[in-house]
Design a protein around this ligand. Structure first.
Ligand SMILES: Cc1cc2nc3c(=O)[nH]c(=O)nc-3n(C[C@H](O)[C@H](O)[C@H](O)COP(=O)(O)OP(=O)(O)OC[C@H]3O[C@@H](n4cnc5c(N)ncnc54)[C@H](O)[C@@H]3O)c2cc1C
Length: 429
């Protein structure tokens, strides 16, 4: 198994009880619950509450080996992986069956220079960096005498109004207006501006329009300004430049830009495509067979954010880039490997879409459960229960639940620490 994220971990858990020798390889030693990394970035949760050590999950399972290493290449002809360990050592691992679940990364649409000034929240490291930048901006504003610079420090621009952008914008608004209220002398954190820039004509475009409208109203009530039909054309350390169709580009002085726009698939997809001729789309997703195998390689299954699946009529189906897709494909991959071992051929993969959830803030969320559409407190409660349910580890579930109850009652955030490099790469001596 390559990847201890949602897809790879689910596949490993469901295969571990079979009579197999299983090796799970990830560049990190932990599983990260990505849907809650933005809460780490805004001080609502601590890192250990959204992560779980991979070794601990398979403790006592003698047939499962966990390796912390970067997979640098997959050699399909020799059925071998090339790995690089933490100390830079190169090694090779052979396989009979392979599940590739390398996930995706944020794409800056060809503007790699923006990555430095507009962090995202896909990894724990970037979430911690962002936390230091966000909290640091309020501290710097408190000491700043120049009103224009102070305003720029207290201007937060979130790029992309999908679920992550909406959640991020809502959390920053609550941090400024509720959590930090009455804590500063020179500034009123509540005067900070939160702008949510989106190219499309509505927030949460994967939800039904009625829920998008409700989410937008909830954001506005929190003090977020959605800027729909606007495109970001420039970002530097001091500003962001945006453009609306037919209008002049506008430069907004802002020291905090958060990237929550498009994603690109793991580079392992390109590595596999080179060897098989499988089709890659612009987002780097590889086209796999209806049973998630690589064309011509029934021993290799590729799952999660990095794939598109060929339909019976030859067209490519793009599943949403969400955890339930990766988890269902992970479970399917485990079953498919078992079937192959028993000489059976698995049927095609089918996705059961149970709906869509996004939270905006305290007691504010939207839920599209297909048979039922919810917003406000009922949607938020649904969101909360689903996330608690899917978190890994009993201790994490309890800790997160206690944190959320406490935050709900007090509007406080227990992990507001400025530690790590932050905006200027500063570290303590
Ligand atoms: C900020 C954010 C919020 C999200 N919120 C939600 C949400 O609310 N609900 C929802 O359903 N989905 C959400 N998602 C999407 C969801 O997290 C992904 O769809 C899901 O993680 C995909 O699972 P995966 O197994 O394909 O990849 P991942 O979970 O990303 O796992 C990939 C794993 O592979 C490892 N890896 C990658 N390349 C290599 C390599 N070369 N060598 C070794 N290891 C490697 C990585 O370290 C990682 O552990 C969110 C995503 C983000 C970024």
């Amino acid at each position: 198994m390559i990847g201890g994220g949602f897809g790879g971990l689910e596949a490993a858990k469901h295969l571990a009880s079979a009579e197999v020798e299983l090796t799970l390889i990830d560049r990190r030693n932990f599983h990260l619950f990505q849907p809650l990394t933005y809460q780490v970035a805004t001080g609502a949760l601590s890192p250990a509450e959204v992560c779980y050590p991979l070794r601990a999950i398979f403790k006592g399972r003698r047939n499962v080996r966990v390796m912390m290493a970067e997979v640098t290449a997959i050699d399909l002809a020799d059925r071998e992986l090339r790995l690089r360990g933490g100390g830079g050592e190169e090694l090779r691992v052979g396989y009979d069956s392979l599940v590739v679940a390398g996930g995706s990364a944020y794409s800056y649409f060809g503007h790699e220079e923006w990555r430095e000034v507009a962090p995202e929240v896909k990894s724990l490291e970037s979430a911690l960096d962002l936390r230091a930048r966000l909290l640091g901006a309020f501290e710097e504003a408190e000491l700043q005498r120049d009103p224009e610079r102070r305003r720029a420090l207290l201007t937060f621009v979130v790029v992309g109004a999908g679920p992550t952008g909406v959640e991020m914008a809502g959390q920053i608004a609550e941090l400024a207006r509720d959590t930090l209220r009455n804590e500063f002398h020179e500034i009123d954190p509540g005067e900070g501006r939160v702008l949510l820039v989106e190219m499309g004509d509505r927030v949460l475009s994967t939800f039904p329009p009625s829920l998008s409208r409700r989410a937008q109203r909830a954001l506005e009530r929190l003090g977020v300004t959605p800027m729909l039909r606007h495109t970001v054309v420039g970002i530097d350390a001091e500003s962001v430049t945006i453009e609306a169709a037919g209008a002049e580009a506008e430069r907004i002085a802002a020291h905090n830009v958060i990237w929550a726009a498009g994603v690109t698939a793991s580079a392992l997809g390109a590595n596999l495509a080179e060897q098989t001729g499988a089709d890659l789309d612009r987002a780097g997703r590889i086209l796999v067979e209806p049973d998630l195998t690589l064309p011509g390689h029934p021993e290799v299954l590729t799952i999660g954010d990095m794939v598109r699946v060929r339909e019976a009529d030859g067209s490519a189906r793009i599943f949403p880039g969400v955890a339930p897709v990766a988890m269902q494909q992970g479970r399917y991959a485990a079953k498919a490997v078992r079937a192959r071992l028993e000489g059976r051929t698995p049927g095609p993969f089918h996705y059961l879409d149970k709906g869509n959830l996004a939270t905006i803030g305290r007691a504010r969320a939207v839920a599209d459960l297909h048979f039922l559409r919810l917003s406000g407190f009922p949607a938020w409660l649904t969101w909360l229960l689903v996330h608690i349910w899917y978190l890994i580890g009993f201790q994490n579930r309890m800790l997160v639940l206690v944190r959320w109850i406490y935050s709900f009652l007090t509007r406080g955030r227990g992990a507001r620490l400025i530690a790590g490099p932050g905006r200027d790469g500063r570290r303590e001596p």
